[in-house]
Structure formats: C-alpha cells, structure tokens
Design a protein around this ligand. Structure first.
Ligand SMILES: NC(=O)c1ccc[n+]([C@@H]2O[C@H](COP(=O)([O-])OP(=O)(O)OC[C@H]3O[C@@H](n4cnc5c(N)ncnc54)[C@H](O)[C@@H]3O)[C@@H](O)[C@H]2O)c1
Length: 408
C-alpha cells in the first residue's frame, strides 16, 4: 500500500479479515449533508457526502436552532456469516479516533458496543448509528468494571490532548491504569482479543530519531505530561503482564500524531489551529522560523493499521504513524492554499489572503518528531496511503460546515 492520488477505498483484505470500505460511503458519515437556512433560502454547506443515507442537519440562522434528522436510512452494512461476525467493544468509541473505528467496524458488518463517559467525546460523533440493530452505546466510565460478552476489545478510552489530559491529572492516571486493568480483566474472562491504543509519548523527549519500538524512551516521571506518558507506559506494562501471566491475547499500537474530521477544534494541535485560523481569516501563527518539522497521519490510515494489528499475529508493540516530514512553515502554506480552494468552491472566498506570522518558539518545542514504521510495514504490510493534503482538504470541509452551523 503506497500513497495514491485518487482514493476510492480504504481498508485491506489481509489476515482473513476484509476491512475494505468505499470511501464515499464512509465520507457520508462525517461529511453528512449540512444545510443553513435563513429566511426562505436554504444553502448546503458540506458539499460532499452521500445523499442517500446517513443523518442530516439544518441550522436555522433566524431562530439560531439546529434540526437533526436522526431517523435516517442507515448505510448498508455487510451481511457476515455468524462465524465471521464479531462482537466488538470499543472503549472511547465516541472520541475522534474511536468514532472512525466504529464507522468502519459497523460498515464491515460487526456488532459494535461503544463504551464512553463523554469526557472529551460526544454522542454526535456516532449518533448516526443509534437505532441500528448492530449498534449499542453505553455511558460508562472505564475506571469502574464493566461486564459484557465480546470477541474483541479496542481499548481507546483516555483523553489524548494535553489540555484535556492535564485538566485532571489524577483522573488521567486512574483512567490509564484502572481502566486498562478493568478491560484486561474483561478480556481474560471472555477470552477476547485486547488491543490498546498507546502513544508515541511513551518515548518521552526522545534521544533517538526516528523512534523504533525497541527504544525504551526518555520520560520525566514528575512533569506535567507524566500523567499521560507514564499512564500509557504502565498501561502497556499491565497489558504484557496479563499476556504473560494469564495468556490474554494482546495487541499494542503506539500511535503518532493523527488528524482528521471530528478532531476537537480547541485541542491546541497544530493542524486544527492552522485550519481554524485560516477559515476565520485570522493570522496563522508559526512558532520560530517554522523550520522545525512534524509528521501527521490521516485518521483512515490509522484505522487501517489498528484493524490490521487486531486481526494479525503481531503481539509486540507496533508504531503507527506517517513518516512524511513537513516543516511547519510548509505545512501552514499548504493549509492556507487548501482553505482558499475550498472557500472559493463554496462561493465565499476571503477578501484578502491570511498572513502567516511568526512568534517566539516555546523552549520545549521539539525540532523533529518522526516515527519509524518499518515494523508495521514488515509485519502488517501497512503503509499510509493518504497524502497529508488530501486529509487536510477533508478536514477543512468538515470544519467549515461545523463553523457555518455555529458549532465552532
Ligand atoms: N489522536 C492522536 O493523535 C493520538 C495519538 C496517540 C495516541 N492516541 C490514543 O488514541 C486514543 C483515542 O484518542 P483520540 O484522539 O480519539 O482522543 P479523544 O479524546 O477524542 O477520545 C478519547 C475518548 O475516550 C473517552 N474517555 C476518556 N476517559 C474515559 C473514561 N474514564 N471512561 C470512558 N471513556 C473515557 C472520551 O470521552 C473520548 O470519547 C487514546 O487512547 C489516545 O491516547 C491518539
């Protein structure tokens, strides 16, 4: 799988698990038709997405109200024979990554239960599945035990952005440790396969570039990020403890920077910051001269990787990320071009180009961050297939629709 210019499908058919899905059907779920009504006029703002099924929203400017179409025709899901249909639990399934995983697993014909306390996630990310016979949503905190019969557990529940995980550091550690303990206990009892979404942050402030899975990391155990970094490290320790002691079948994904629709616009991440600033016509802020590099992966590539890992045989940790490096300045310029293109297409170009301004670089801003994904390539035959620009364009369309309906 290498990057392709025109993407028609996502997913792979490997390890006896076919995860391919038509991108237009998937798109209809996060770029569902959205309309703005003012007086007699109704204007469509999303511009993409399948019109035959999925939910819709209409924002009424006059009354400042929004109408959701919840009783919709669901997109067709695969009809799997009983032996292939899995009962899958997704903790944190109402979050950014979780909701995309849920969309994919639902379209593939599995029975999906979402477990979420809605701390950073939102019901709206998966509400288009409510009422579907294969779908269930449970409000629950993973810090408390939960009983259910399942075949696979994707354990994602954990706030992922610094403002959110630092909001209540003790709760973040509890979620990482006790939440993972509870879900591993469930996996042990039901003999379910267990996958945890760990993070590149387990490498801390790395002394090796790029980071391979056998690098042990360089983490400050008492710093403000420790609740997340050490939380994930102990969650991995616990995972392999259950594997060695109790024979639980485990998978560990170490995820690097990921972006895409449904990402919280106020997470303070560079991708969302740039897009929101450009869409609002505000100056785009680059710290320092912008020569520091970053790499970003589009969410559909991550979901491909997670599904492959869950269904393959690799039990060691696997990095999942996109190794393409951009300087921050190049990236800001690309975002600005894409925003201009989408705004022009939607008939509302900005009167003047937004400026890219420079501010003093924070002291802890790393110069480089890049994953080594050779293990994923070797054992999962996984490689990102989305160009960053293709992903940014989808995210711009998503944010501009949300902005038009007053949600941002
Ligand atoms: N997005 C990234 O770039 C990235 C990078 C590395 C790792 N990850 C990991 O991927 C997973 C998902 O991240 P995301 O970006 O979707 O974040 P997110 O904040 O959008 O999603 C996390 C979800 O977990 C839920 N949650 C949090 N605490 C919970 C609790 N105690 N009980 C039940 N539900 C709880 C939240 O409500 C939310 O729906 C996390 O485990 C994160 O550490 C993400």
């Amino acid at each position: 799988m290498a990057k392709v210019d025109k993407i028609t499908h996502v997913g792979t058919n490997r390890f006896g698990f076919d995860s391919t899905v038509d991108i237009d059907v998937l798109r209809s779920l996060y770029l569902a038709p959205a309309y703005i009504k003012q007086g007699e006029q109704t204007k469509e703002v999303t511009g993409t997405g399948h019109k035959d099924y999925g939910s819709e929203s209409t924002y009424d400017k006059d009354t400042n109200s929004i109408q959701y179409t919840t009783v919709a025709k669901f997109p067709p899901v695969k009809l799997l024979p009983n032996a292939e249909r899995k009962r899958i639990l997704v903790t944190g399934g109402a979050g950014f990554v979780g909701s995309h995983l849920v969309d994919r697993l639902m379209l593939l014909g599995h029975e999906v239960t979402v477990l979420d306390n809605f701390f950073t996630g939102s019901r709206t990310t998966v509400s288009h599945w409510v009422g579907h016979p294969n779908f269930e949503m449970v409000r629950h905190d993973v810090v408390e035990p939960f009983l259910i019969e399942v075949d696979q557990i994707y354990h994602l529940a954990c706030p992922a952005s610094p403002p959110h995980y630092q909001y209540n550091a003790v709760k973040t550690i509890k979620t990482s440790f006790m939440g993972t303990l509870n879900m591993l206990g469930l996996a042990k009892r039901t003999k379910a396969r267990f996958l945890i979404t760990s993070t590149s942050e387990v490498y801390g402030d790395p002394e090796e570039h790029p980071q391979r899975e056998d690098y042990w990391g360089h983490v400050n155990c008492i710093g403000p990020r420790a609740c997340y970094d050490e939380g994930k490290r102990v969650a991995e320790t616990l995972t392999y403890g259950y594997a060695r002691q109790d024979g639980v079948d485990v998978r560990v994904a170490r995820i690097f920077n990921t972006f895409g629709p449904r990402m919280n616009p106020y997470d303070g991440r560079v991708v969302s910051n740039f897009i929101i600033q450009a869409l609002k016509g505000e100056d785009m802020t680059v710290y320092g001269d912008g020569s520091q590099t970053r790499s970003f992966q589009y969410v559909h590539d991550l979901i491909d990787g997670l599904i492959l890992l869950m269904n393959g045989d690799e039990t060691r940790p696997v990095n999942i990320g996109n190794g393409d490096e951009f300087t921050i300045l190049e990236f800001a310029e690309a975002v600005r071009d894409i925003v201009e293109k989408v705004q022009k297409e939607q008939g509302n170009p900005l009167a003047k180009r937004v400026n890219i301004i420079h501010k003093e670089i924070p002291t802890d801003d790393p110069q480089r961050r890049r994953p080594d994904t050779s293990r994923a390539k070797e054992v999962l035959q996984w490689q990102p297939q989305w160009h960053v620009r293709q992903g940014v364009e989808e995210m711009v369309r998503y944010y501009s629709a949300k902005m038009a309906e007053g949600a941002i």
